[in-house]
Design a binder for this molecule. Structure first.
Ligand code: FMN
Length: 222
């Protein structure tokens, strides 16, 4: 699959088949993704890939804790001014404008189970590189976004599906304990990965994008 096809096909998968992904394939995807660019080639990323009993242990820990205030280690948005809120609202089905707290909580729990994915790739970033004396080094997350997108496109090209999940890392202490991740690494993001269940209606919808002309302007072109 070429890059154009992979970009067009990639979407967030929210129902996976239980079939395990071979370790060799996960290795190939992440190894190829590591060609991503980064600030002065600092390559701020590391990855911890969990599957099998380890992933189950993390899921059980999250589900047992339930829906609580996130303890995310990456600063997250709490305010959504327009036009951003409108784009979030557009994710809801047309007939459902209001989402109740119970529905949100049920969705969060689905996140905790990685939507049934057999593996999760955790993005780790060195804490001293991310949290600097003069403030947050946002470029370390910008760079990490490149490698994460590489992973998602490569996975798509190998017939897999992915979803980036901030919700998968809201209780980093649980992941840290189960996988033995040292305190000097920020657990920034989870990328669930597996074989998409294309029959599940949740995987059939496609998110919209703003029209090109609304978000892009050319200067100095005729
Ligand atoms: C950094 C990041 C974090 C995300 N966290 C979550 C999450 O916790 N749970 C979830 O269901 N989707 C999550 N998403 C998926 C977005 O909702 C999704 O990418 C967006 O709606 C666009 O849809 P698409 O990926 O299908 O194109 C996340 C995406 C990104 C890039």
């Amino acid at each position: 699959m070429d890059v154009i096809a992979a970009i067009k096909k990639r979407k967030s998968i929210r129902a996976f088949k239980p079939d395990p992904v071979p370790k060799g394939l996960l290795k190939k995807i992440v190894e190829q993704a590591l060609r991503a660019p980064s600030w002065a080639n600092t390559q701020p990323w590391e990855f911890a890939i969990a599957g099998g009993k380890k992933l189950k242990e993390i899921q059980d820990g999250f589900i047992k804790r339930g829906v609580q205030e996130p303890k995310s280690e990456v600063s997250r948005p709490y305010e959504f001014p327009e036009p951003y809120m409108a784009r979030i609202r557009a994710l809801q089905p047309k007939d459902r404008k209001e989402i109740t707290k119970e529905e949100w909580d049920a969705r969060t729990i689905l996140n905790f189970g990685h939507y049934g994915a057999p593996a999760c790739i955790y993005l780790l970033v060195g804490k001293s590189f991310y949290q600097q004396s003069k403030g947050i080094n946002v470029w370390s997350m910008y760079d990490s976004g490149s490698v994460v997108q590489n992973i998602m496109l490569l996975a798509t090209s190998y017939g897999l599906g992915t979803i980036a999940q901030a919700q998968a890392v809201i209780y980093p202490d649980i992941i840290r304990k189960v996988l033995g991740i040292p305190g000097n690494k920020v657990i920034a993001l989870g990328i669930s990965i597996g074989y998409p269940d294309w029959k599940n209606p949740v995987n059939k919808s496609r998110t919209a994008r703003e029209p090109f002309d609304k978000v892009v302007k050319f200067y100095g072109f005729r």
